[in-house]
Design a protein around this ligand. Sequence first.
Ligand code: FMN
Length: 353
Amino acid sequence: MKLFESTSLGQISLKNRIVMAPMTRSRAIGNVPNELMATYYSQRAGAGFIITEGVSPSPNGLGYARIPGLFDQIQAEGWKKVTEAVHAKGARIFVQLMHTGRVSHAANMPADSQILAPSAIALSGQMWTDAQGQQPHPTPKAMTIDEIKIAVGEFARAAELAVDAGFDGVELHAANGYLIEQFLNPSANQRNDEYGGSDENRMRFALEVAEAVARRIGAARVGIRVSPYGVFNDMKPFEGVDQFYAELSRRLSALGLVYVHVVDHSGMGAPPVSPEVKQAIRREFKGVYILSGNYDRASAARDLEAGRGDLVAFGRPFISNPDLVEKLRSGEELKKADPTKFYTPGPEGYTDY
Ligand SMILES: Cc1cc2nc3c(=O)[nH]c(=O)nc-3n(C[C@H](O)[C@H](O)[C@H](O)COP(=O)(O)O)c2cc1C
């Protein structure tokens, strides 16, 4: 079965086509990766390819409680424990660079940080903070051109630190309503300078980040995640979304990025992602295509055989089945994950499955 066959991703080889999807788990006390996290990832290194949880490239991107960063040496040293443990088991690992932008609260962030976004539009609803419980999202500060350039530079610097920390590459999180998608989506981006308005302008930040990161560490080590039709964090579908993502994919492909990773959360109650947009991305992006969203052994095998993608990412099944690859091989029944422990500190519901 194709799922278990080795393949390549840019310049690296993968022992199978099973990917561990990026999942925020909020175990990084003080935003620094630790031994517990190294154990968690190493337990799941049956996957050919692991994408870490969202990791902030900047103090400004640490919107959630206990998410890890990758902008200083202490964090990079912490990540070394993770990459060494994963490589020792023959898996490959990229870090997902996630700048939370307006999905944030000051109580979760270090003192010297700011809540930034393309426009000063607050996210609806509330979020968890360890210090003050549930809190409404504050109105972010609309970024100046200087702040945009600084953020681009932070992504490039984080990518450099990632390579130092032993990562095989980075995934840019341009999905799920975080900073990069806040620029892409007109519901969060109402700027009237060169970073807002037209499709061309709303793509500019994503493309500048991709270009800067690719220039710093080589495009063969850079992937990107996108979520057309996604509604998480107040994203809204917009007119011409299929053409928008086709064009974005064409340009990311021209930069030589190694993969595109497409989110589909329809299995989690989100609206469907049109097959047309998936086909358009497949057509325009010449690198590897990672499928994700509610896959099981049968649907993964079917979509790989049909050529809809090259690798298949599994999220929740990896939380509760560290030995997922063996279970998929043998057809053994999968354990269900406990959502009440998704974001709690400590080993419970994390390394004890
Ligand atoms: C606890 C949890 C945390 C997640 N955190 C992230 C994240 O940090 N970055 C991201 O791109 N997606 C994140 N996701 C989405 C997953 O990567 C994946 O797209 C989703 O779980 C659907 O795949 P599945 O049906 O195989 O679980 C998260 C999902 C879960 C369940």
